[in-house]
Ligand binder design. Structure first.
Ligand code: NAI
Ligand code: MG
Length: 331
């Protein structure tokens, strides 16, 4: 038997725990060998140990070949933003692809958001200047903008997308988004086979709702990518369907786009699809393409058969949906 892949599993809080359990069951069923080491982080961890992201968890994450994360509640920034930073995962890759048979606004949506993951207004550089006056700093650098643009064009090339659209607000944020666009344009010149377009973030939001099929790969600064990926989730049927990968030169961390969903947590109602797609992204990351395709096509079949949770029009629980998917898997 091959050496198992070492995975640091951090389920976190709320439905994070439920969807991670479902995804690990699917990974076990692929036949690919994994060793899952579980670590604590999040609100419950903070209540228990006084810290949302213990050193032991961070060490487990950096020692592993990949991290599989669920969601954290109020402590999300302390947990996930810190991990993205410590692991220097400069890419946040967020595909939103509609499933056949799932009710949604736009059944042919296939949008991938390539979000810069280390800077922008998301760095949390905020301070109180005076009572009643708070300032936030938005950092955009040539180095980070260039490396994320390169990733977007490489991703488009390797995954057969024709178009990369840079999202910005450079008419207002002339210096920061001006630099982001300048770097995007420079990188675009090295990829003559990919169409390069630019769109203001506000009009991109309208166009994504009215005509999402015009978009393929969106290259975005940090906060715009966060917002537009939730919008993209809405086009295909909700947050339960959207996975993400945080990728750097050394580390990889996979997590659903959604949070802890306190409104449905603990009831077995959470859709495990986002976490299962995270599992298939992780399999692809390791080059386990057959296993990834097996998971993806079984998931598609289950959703098309309405063997799904209530948000997709089915009546199964989280774990029953996972089991239905396993029943469709080959091998
Ligand atoms: P949320 O993503 O947890 O939930 C938004 C809505 O989508 C809710 O109605 C929820 O029921 C639904 N939803 C989300 N995932 C679903 C799934 N798998 N299946 C079915 N329905 C699903 O976002 P919200 O409500 O804004 O935040 C709740 C908590 O999660 C907050 O404490 C927030 O800080 C945290 N959060 C953590 C994130 C992370 O750890 N990366 C990301 C986003 C939010
Ligand atoms: Mg978000």
């Amino acid at each position: 038997m091959s050496t198992p892949y070492q995975i640091a599993v951090i389920p976190g809080d709320g439905i994070g725990v439920e969807v991670v359990e479902a995804a690990l069951t699917i990974l076990d069923a692929t036949g690919v060998s994994f060793e899952f080491n579980h670590y604590e982080a999040g609100d419950d961890c903070k209540a228990k140990h006084g810290v949302a992201l213990p050193d032991e968890t961070l060490k487990g994450a950096t020692d592993a070949q990949a991290v599989f994360f669920g969601a954290a509640g109020d402590t999300a920034a302390e947990v996930i933003l810190r991990m993205r930073k410590e692991l220097d995962t400069f890419v946040n890759l967020r595909p939103s692809k509609a499933f056949q048979g799932a009710e949604c606004l736009y059944p042919k949506t296939n949008i991938v958001i390539v979000r810069e993951n280390t800077e922008g207004i998301y760095m949390g550089l905020e301070k109180e200047i005076n009572p009643g006056e708070m300032h936030a700093t938005r950092v955009i650098t040539e180095a980070a903008s260039t490396r994320i643009a390169k990733y977007a064009f490489e991703y488009a090339t390797q995954n057969e997308y024709d178009t990369v659209t840079a999202i910005h607000k450079s008419n207002v944020m002339r210096l920061t988004d001006g630099l982001f666009l300048k770097c995007s344009r420079t990188v675009a010149k090295d990829y003559p086979n990919i169409n390069y377009e630019e769109q203001l973030v506000d009009s991109a939001a309208t166009l994504m709702v009215m005509d999402p099929y015009r978009f393929q790969v969106l290259l975005t600064p940090n906060l715009f990518g966060d917002i537009l990926s939730d919008l993209a989730a809405g086009l295909i049927g909700g947050l339960g369907l959207c996975p993400s990968a945080n990728l750097g030169d050394k580390y990889a961390l996979f997590e659903p786009v959604h949070g802890t969903a306190p409104d449905i947590a603990g009831k077995g109602l959470a859709n495990p699809t986002a976490a299962i797609l995270c599992a298939s992204m992780m399999l692809r990351h390791f080059g386990e393409l057959d296993a990834a395709k097996n998971v993806e096509s079984s998931l598609e079949t289950a959703i098309a058969n309405k063997q799904s949770t209530a948000d997709l029009g089915g009546s199964l629980s989280t774990m029953d949906m996972a089991q239905a998917i396993i029943n469709h898997m080959k091998g």
